[in-house]
Design a protein around this ligand. Structure first.
Ligand SMILES: Cc1cc2nc3c(=O)[nH]c(=O)nc-3n(C[C@H](O)[C@H](O)[C@H](O)COP(=O)(O)OP(=O)(O)OC[C@H]3O[C@@H](n4cnc5c(N)ncnc54)[C@H](O)[C@@H]3O)c2cc1C
Length: 97
């Protein structure tokens, strides 16, 4: 229908979740990130613990994309730091807090 990708500006938590939803709808996201890595803004406060638990941070569409890769859902009751929020986990590894 539309040959152009859906452009998502910023690969922060919200931009990446938006990209996951775009993928679920069969569209192609093009994620543009000004920083050197995804989650670049979050990496600036690596040491700070969030006030939101993991249960409020994992986007459902992102989880559906990650689960087939061996990703393990973090404990929903725990509170991550910026470091663990911004860093994608490797397949088969769980998030640390
Ligand atoms: C110390 C601290 C603690 C926080 N704790 C919580 C918490 O517990 N719970 C909570 O819900 N929120 C918390 N927040 C807020 C949190 O930052 C946001 O919820 C979350 O990061 C928002 O994600 P985002 O993707 O919208 O924005 P960001 O994380 O800011 O990501 C935006 C991304 O876009 C990129 N970008 C910006 N401009 C451009 C451009 N023109 N072109 C391309 N890329 C661009 C940036 O480099 C960045 O990577 C906290 C914030 C701070 C500072």
């Amino acid at each position: 229908m539309n040959e152009f990708p859906v452009v998502v500006v910023g690969a922060g938590p919200v931009g990446l979740a938006a990209a996951a939803h775009v993928l679920e709808r069969g569209l192609k996201p093009l994620v543009l990130e000004a920083g050197p890595v995804a989650g670049s803004a979050v990496t600036r406060w690596n040491h700070v613990r969030l006030f939101s638990p993991w249960s409020e941070l994992v986007d459902p569409a992102a989880a559906r994309l990650l689960e087939p890769t061996g990703w393990q859902r973090p404990d929903g009751d725990k509170y991550p730091t910026g470091a663990t929020t911004g860093r994608p986990s490797s397949p088969g590894r769980s998030w640390s807090t």
